[in-house]
Design a protein around this ligand. Structure first.
Ligand code: AP5
Ligand code: MG
Length: 213
């Protein structure tokens, strides 16, 4: 796995710039497919003025544009398998660079494995909070069936849930051990979930309150 040069530069100039720069704090939004990660991040962007980085959205955009990254990612997305770390890290690095002046960045769909979480610790920005949305399986299945995205067919959803359990769920323990994890009941009206998440973000000093939910 290789990081973008901007994240690993070691020249004196880069080191000086790094010392004086204030990297945006990161908030990791965790949860299984259909738990509302994207929905909540969009709402929090409006309320708190933070940036939203969704690796799923970014990868789908590359596929639509038929870019080299999109061509490498397409088959994984269609089958519901995880995209290789190297490619995901390229996408994340580009997005973090783009949002380097934001008051905070919500990470939606990244990290998705303990390996990716390790890589995240090597970045300049630090994770301040990891919020895990809790939603029962029956609700997840219903929401995804109703949405009908290309990877929402039942067989592919099943695979995505298996990958979530096997590769992403261990992250809950990883972040709990660091004292960063909160569980949030995601099985209620979206506005109620947003209110709870916004309070957590403000508690850790991420984002400015611009409106009420
Ligand atoms: P990604 O796009 O991240 O998909 P996902 O994690 O499976 O999650 P979803 O986007 O399906 O659900 P969500 O939690 O965002 O819920 P949403 O708000 O949409 O990843 C897709 C693929 O990309 C992966 O399978 C993998 O191939 C690849 N990938 C991405 N990141 C990767 C990484 N780091 N490493 C490797 N591979 C990676 O809500 C779902 C529906 O429910 C919507 O219709 C919404 O309107 C509705 N809804 C939401 N909240 C509520 C509510 N409170 N009440 C009622 N309805 C609600
Ligand atoms: Mg999503």
């Amino acid at each position: 796995m290789s990081m973008a040069p901007s994240m690993t530069a070691t020249s004196p100039t880069a080191t000086t710039a790094r010392r004086v720069s204030v990297a945006p704090p990161l908030v990791v939004i965790l949860g299984p497919p259909g738990s509302g990660k994207g929905t909540q991040c969009e709402r929090l962007v409006e309320i708190l003025g933070v940036a939203h980085v969704s690796t799923g959205d970014a990868l789908r955009r590359e596929v639509r544009r038929d870019t080299p990254q999109g061509r490498r990612a397409g088959a994984y997305l269609r089958s519901g398998a995880l995209v290789p770390d190297g490619l995901v890290l390229e996408v994340v690095n580009e997005a973090l660079q783009r949002h380097r002046h934001a008051p905070g960045i919500l990470l939606d769909g990244f990290p998705r494995t303990v390996g990716q979480a390790h890589r995240l610790t090597q970045l300049e920005s630090a994770v301040r909070l990891a919020a895990a949305l809790v939603v029962p399986p029956a609700t997840l299945l219903r929401r995804l069936a109703e949405r009908g995205r290309a990877d929402d067919q039942s067989e592919i959803v099943h695979r995505r849930l298996v990958y979530y359990q096997r590769d992403t769920r261990p992250l809950l323990e990883w972040y709990a051990e660091s004292g960063l994890l909160v569980h949030v009941d995601g099985n209620r009206a979206a506005s109620e979930v947003t209110t709870v998440l916004a309070r957590h973000l403000q508690r850790v000093g991420v984002g400015a309150h611009r409106a009420t939910t």
